[in-house]
Ligand binder design. Structure first.
Ligand code: PEP
Ligand code: MG
Length: 574
């Protein structure tokens, strides 16, 4: 029996035989090149390339179709992007020139052109761009496979299995039949890799970042995968297997029970209603959130509309997108966050200098303030879209009162511009800020009078408080939001807000952890916002406590010295 740990990126427990998915690239060693490095007839090579690109396009259309059915339109967009890459004029010109001028074979020229592009992205030292370079290589490999006449790798599973791979591309992930994939486990990848995003959308347990020795695993060995804890147990003994089986059965049973009442409100034993809403990044996610019982949206991550494109979305395009999300929830509250670009999420058209510590750099509201036109466009689009809905605007990564005041100036300027141009807009939109920088948490009593609400972003608040990069698998476990230091900050922020009559939400991953429900309830969090699949379980957890009980639990927890003590104590109520 062997235990491998990684990053749990999609919750759930699975047990079954391992299926080693070998996705060795067509070209492993770029120095060795192809057998036919050069070709005598450039015209024939161009024709081969053209035919292969056309076949690749047909294949991608089939993948797109499968992805639309299995994971939804937003997640399938990546394959439209892949298809577009096949038509990229700059890339195609470069490849054609290499064939005509250097007499390279179609394989060599295509490989050279796409590698150049992928290396550019990977060399920027940034997790997000590295992930995009994987997309370029994914498309490149598809065309190379066709050019070299190789058969498509098999994603056809004969029986349900735990799929283990060095890394999984988006097209690998969705071409597996989800009914047969028990879990996805990859050696590489982090919490923001596509396999993580797609697995969550499919509801399949997944672990990434498991490290090099995944390669030692044999086909057919039985493994247990705990996607919540990020643990894989290989060749478990009978006792462990039985433990996980009962854990899995109770997980599913509990989820089914919770789902049955997910559309009822979360009311504590003493009658206090707690708002439970969802974090989403797309219109399809909003509809899914509604199905899982979310009462609104507590965090719409708008930056996904701004990434993966060459130009900024126009005011009109943004307004339409925000309206589509707002319409899913009718009159229910929808908190839309202004761009949180920077950190691990750059946008190519915003000129951003390379930073040694991007998470401590020009990110979120700091970036919005140095790109006032972009910020104004977004604010105008939001105010227009909010008409007739219950929109609240929230700004990320705010660290000081000066920034709060600058935000208000911008909002007023956007209102004035709409007024002057006679465009109708929402007049009663609440303006709030995220509390995710420790300085904002410490100064919450000063910031509270000047905003309508706070929403605590524990993902960042933990990484900044504990100085542990949330994207680095070696230290990210230290950035535990249940650490007493973080809980004390959450408590301080909540008290400060309530003293000024303001409401407090919490939209970090902590809100979706049922273990944390009583302590957050006791601290006085008014709105819990989470990954849609967590809504049924958290609602259920909240219903089990009275306000007084929860307050006593919170008082006790806030006195505990370590995160281990906190977890141990909270387990008593789970
Ligand atoms: C957070 O930091 O807790 C948060 C919700 O924002 P993001 O995860 O998008 O940085
Ligand atoms: Mg954040």
């Amino acid at each position: 029996m062997k235990k491998i740990t990684g990053i749990g990126v999609s919750a759930g427990i699975a047990c079954g035989p391992i299926y080693r998915y070998e996705n060795q690239p067509v070209v492993i060693d770029p120095l060795r090149g192809f057998r036919h490095k050069t070709a005598a007839d450039p015209q024939a090579e161009l024709a081969r390339l053209e035919a292969s690109l056309a076949t690749a396009k047909t294949e991608l259309e089939a993948v797109l179709e499968a992805a639309m059915q299995r994971v939804g339109a937003k997640e399938a967009e990546i394959f439209s992007a892949h298809a577009l890459m096949l038509e990229d004029p700059e890339l195609l010109d470069q490849v054609a020139a290499a064939i005509q001028e250097k007499h390279l074979s179609a394989e060599e020229a295509w490989f050279e052109g796409t590698e150049h592009y992928a290396n550019l992205l990977a060399g920027m030292g940034d997790e997000y761009l590295s992930a995009r370079s994987a997309d370029v290589r994914d498309v490149a490999q598809r065309v190379l496979r066709i050019l070299t006449g190789r058969k498509q790798k098999s994603t056809q599973l004969e029986h349900p299995a735990v799929v283990v791979a060095e890394d999984l591309t988006p097209s690998d992930t969705v071409t597996f039949d989800p009914a047969k994939v028990l879990a996805f486990c990859t050696a590489k990848g982090g919490p923001t890799s596509h396999v993580a995003i797609l697995s969550k959308a499919l509801g399949i347990p997944a672990i990434t970042g498991m490290g090099s020795w995944l390669a030692e695993l044999q086909d057919g060995l039985v493994a247990i995968v705990d996607g919540s804890a990020g643990v894989m147990v290989v060749a478990p003994d009978e006792k462990t297997r039985a433990e996980y089986q009962s854990l899995s059965a109770s997980f599913q049973e509990k989820f089914a029970i919770a789902l049955a009442s997910a559309h009822q409100p979360a009311i504590t034993l003493d009658g206090r209603r707690v708002e439970v809403v969802a974090n989403v990044a797309a219109v399809s996610g909003a509809s899914r959130a509604l199905e899982f019982g979310a009462e609104g949206i507590g965090l719409l991550r708008t930056e996904f509309l701004f990434l993966d494109r060459e130009t900024e979305p126009t005011e009109e395009e943004q307004a339409e997108y925000y309206r589509a999300v707002l319409e899913v929830f009718g009159k229910n509250p929808v908190v839309i966050r202004t761009l949180d670009i920077g950190g691990d999420k750059p946008a190519p058209y915003l000129k951003m200098a390379a930073e040694l510590n991007p998470f401590l750099g020009v990110r979120g509201t700091r970036l919005a303030l140095v790109h006032p036109k972009v910020f104004q466009n977004q604010l105008r689009a939001l105010l227009r879209a909010g008409l007739g809905h219950n929109l609240k605007i929230m700004c990320p990564m705010v660290g000081s009162l000066q920034e709060v005041r600058a935000i208000h100036e911008h909002v007023n300027q956007a209102r004035l511009a709409l007024e002057e141009s006679g465009v109708e807009y929402a007049h009663d939109v609440e303006i709030g800020i995220m509390i995710e920088i420790p300085s904002a948490a410490v100064m919450a009593d000063v910031l509270a009078p000047e905003v309508d609400f706070f929403s605590i972003g524990t993902n960042d608040l933990s990484q900044y408080t504990l100085a542990a990069d949330r994207t680095n698998p070696d230290v990210s476990p230290l950035a535990d939001a249940l650490d007493p230091s973080v809980l004390r900050l959450i408590s301080m922020v909540t008290r400060a807000a309530h003293a000024h009559g303001k409401w407090v939400g919490l939209c970090g991953e902590l809100a979706g952890d049922p273990l944390a429900a009583p302590v957050l309830l006791g601290i006085g969090i008014d709105e819990f916002s989470m990954n849609p699949r967590a809504v049924p379980l958290v609602k259920q957890a909240l219903r089990r406590f009275s306000t007084d009980q929860a307050r006593q639990i919170a008082e006790k927890v806030l006195q505990l010295p370590t995160v281990a003590d906190v977890r141990r104590y909270l387990e008593n109520f789970a």
